[in-house]
Design a protein around this ligand. Structure first.
Ligand SMILES: *Cc1c(COP(=O)(O)O)cnc(C)c1O
Length: 397
């Protein structure tokens, strides 16, 4: 029983089927170790990881400063619950308030993106209103509350009935938003760029319009930055280019640099809606996860990753766009969606894996990459070459 002596991708797949539920399907690659952008599978094959644990390992795999910080923290104090204060959590909350640039911000820590959005949904009920407007195609998580916010029928339908009084309007359409948001709307939730939907960008001015609509009606504007936060798009949060301040920001994915951590940050009046006893979690803001996040924020600042992410992202898009088979390479910073011809995204994904590059097809049309911020120009060029080669195989072969 337990771990077999000789591992391989094939043997791990068999163990998976006999041990795991079927919700993820069976992974064809089993990973054993990683360093930087490189990971190694059970057959000993090396890959360059362009997905980064789904926009999560901001500093790559096995970052020495994260490894040191979490080891040290584990030896000092690993978990205390939220009955007690601890320095890693406080320091992180203060850092997050600082990067929000708004002293009114107050932080609630949780463990995931779904939980951050659940917290926002509960918070919005304390306005005395209960209606919500969300957008079609958006992804906000899989728990019942977060799933009710999610605008993807395939993910929602098996689990109906979901939470009532949540309506979905077309993404990027400010007029549709204005038609549905009124004085009974508790919150509007929007992804600055829709990540899971395939890196869908709204027209410029959309978030600004949403801010105005919420100001007029008194609805909270919740921006789900779970995927677009923590510097991914070239600013700390994916909405900053629109020059607005939301009422609530949710983050997770990259926050813990690979450790499970989320946060719901409320600003202004909404910062004081939660009163003692109204919400909580046992693990949220755990010292070890916070220790990792403190390293992540320091490293982003120290290495000027915000500016670098913007320029590296532009380089990737410029190299990928002209490749035969590519319709467009879009996105902001290091969140990139590559739209390909003839529904070949999944075929290309396996061609790229063969060539030693890990990417993700969000549909048959779109390949998503969200690499670690430490990606080098050399790695970007090698990825673009492999992409061109894979396209040649698929489209001309
Ligand atoms: C991934 C994601 C979530 C859900 O996060 P989990 O940690 O998987 O619960 C929510 N919103 C957005 C925008 C996401 O990309």
């Amino acid at each position: 029983m337990g771990k077999s002596v000789k591992q391989s991708n094939a043997s791990e797949a068999k163990r998976w089927d006999n041990a795991m539920q079927a919700n993820y399907g069976t992974p064809s690659i089993s990973l054993v170790k990683g360093k930087g952008l490189e990971v190694v599978d059970s057959d000993g094959k090396k890959y360059l990881d362009l997905l980064g644990g789904i926009a999560t390992n901001l500093l790559g795999h096995n970052h020495p400063k994260i490894a040191t910080a979490i080891t040290k923290q584990a030896k000092e104090l690993s978990h205390v619950s939220n009955f007690y204060s601890h320095n890693q959590g406080l320091a992180l909350a203060e850092r997050l308030i600082d990067i929000c640039g708004d002293k009114s911000a107050r932080v609630f820590f949780c463990n995931s993106g779904a939980e951050a959005n659940e917290a926002a949904l509960k918070l919005s009920r304390l306005t005395g209103r209960s209606r919500v407007v969300a957008t079609l195609g958006a992804f906000h998580g899989r728990t019942i509350g977060a799933l009710s916010l999610t605008g993807q029928p395939a993910k929602r339908d098996p689990f109906k009935p979901l939470i009532k009084r949540i309506v979905h309007v077309p993404y990027g359409d400010a007029k549709a938003l204005a038609r549905k948001v009124n004085s009974r709307t508790a919150m509007v939730i929007i992804e600055p760029i829709m990540g899971e939907a395939g890196v869908v960008m709204p027209p410029s001015g959309y978030l600004k319009a949403a801010r105005e609509i919420c100001d007029k009606t008194g609805a909270l504007l919740v921006l789900d930055c779970v995927q677009t936060g923590m510097g991914r798009t070239g600013t700390w949060f994916g909405f900053e280019h629109e020059g607005i301040t939301p009422d609530v920001i949710t983050i997770a994915k990259g926050l813990g640099g690979g450790l499970p951590l989320g946060a719901m940050i409320a600003l202004g009046k909404s910062a004081s809606l939660f009163q003692a006893g109204m919400h909580g979690t046992t693990f949220g803001g755990n010292p070890i996860a916070c220790a990792a996040a403190n390293v992540v924020i320091n490293e982003i600042k120290r290495n000027s990753y915000l500016a670098l992410n913007a320029s590296k992202g532009a380089l990737i898009r410029n190299l990928i766009s002209p490749i035969n088979g590519v319709i467009e390479a879009r996105g902001r910073g290091l969140l990139i969606g590559i739209k390909v011809r003839d529904g070949k995204a999944k075929v290309l994904t396996s061609e790229l894996a063969k060539r030693g590059f890990l990417v993700n097809a969000t549909s048959e049309e779109i390949i998503r990459i969200a690499p670690a911020y430490i990606i080098t120009e050399k790695q970007i060029i090698s990825f673009a070459r492999a992409f061109a080669d894979a396209c040649e195989e698929v489209y001309d072969g």
